[in-house]
Design a protein around this ligand. Structure first.
Ligand SMILES: N[C@@H](CCC(=O)N[C@@H](CS)C(=O)NCC(=O)O)C(=O)O
Length: 198
């Protein structure tokens, strides 16, 4: 298995941390982000979106961290991280969808403005979606307890973690969200967890 990534990519971090917790071996291929390698013809042949992470698994290529997390969890994680029971799977997929919507288009992209000056004209909209993401998460954790779904750590938590952790860098501080702050610490205490690069 090969993972094309950069250290600063929160979506790549999801794969790296799950692989670490499950003791999965893979080849890490760092792309030269600074030189815009993710927009090169060679890279676009792997991922037409021009984004990391990308994974080569056997003779197939997949882009989008959701696909990678599903593959790793089901191949190496038994029923813990993504159970096949339909109701339980639906519950996890709901939060993985949320990670790809409000978390990405709110929290991740607000930070994209403050850190990379990407689409600054849309900042207000990103902030609104980011706040919505934080409110939904805070409410869920107050209801569900320690974890987002199923009463234990699952792909739901891994998929949401990186850009919630980095939300303050996008002008979305976590001061008003005590349940989220406690949940971030709980994630970081999982066996095999690795630190996310700044
Ligand atoms: N939904 C995708 C999002 C991937 C993504 O946003 N990757 C960022 C780095 S974390 C990227 O490559 N951005 C460059 C770009 O969009 O041009 C996933 O979960 O993999």
């Amino acid at each position: 298995m090969k993972l094309y990534m950069t250290e600063m990519s929160g979506n790549s971090f999801k794969i790296r941390v799950l692989a670490s917790m499950l003791g999965v071996d893979y080849e890490n291929i760092r792309i030269e982000w600074e030189k815009n390698a993710h927009k090169s013809d060679d890279f676009l042949a792997l991922n037409p979106r021009g984004q990391v992470p990308v994974m080569e698994i056997e003779d197939k290529v997949f882009w989008d961290s959701t696909a990678h997390l599903v593959y790793i969890a089901r191949t190496y994680g038994g029923d813990t991280w993504l159970p096949t029971n339909p109701l339980q799977m639906a519950e996890i997929m709901q939060w993985m969808s949320f990670a790809q919507n409000e978390v990405q288009f709110g929290l991740q992209w607000a930070r994209g403005v403050t850190v990379y000056n990407r689409r600054p004209e849309s900042f207000e909209g990103y902030l609104q979606d980011g706040k919505l993401a934080l409110e939904v998460l805070e409410r869920q954790l107050n209801k569900s307890g320690h974890w987002l779904a199923l009463g234990h750590a699952t792909l739901a938590d891994i998929a949401c973690y990186p850009y919630v952790k980095r939300a303050p860098e996008g002008d979305l501080p976590l001061d008003d969200y005590p349940a989220i702050r406690a949940w971030l610490k709980r994630c970081e205490a999982l066996p095999g967890w690795i630190e996310m690069d700044p």
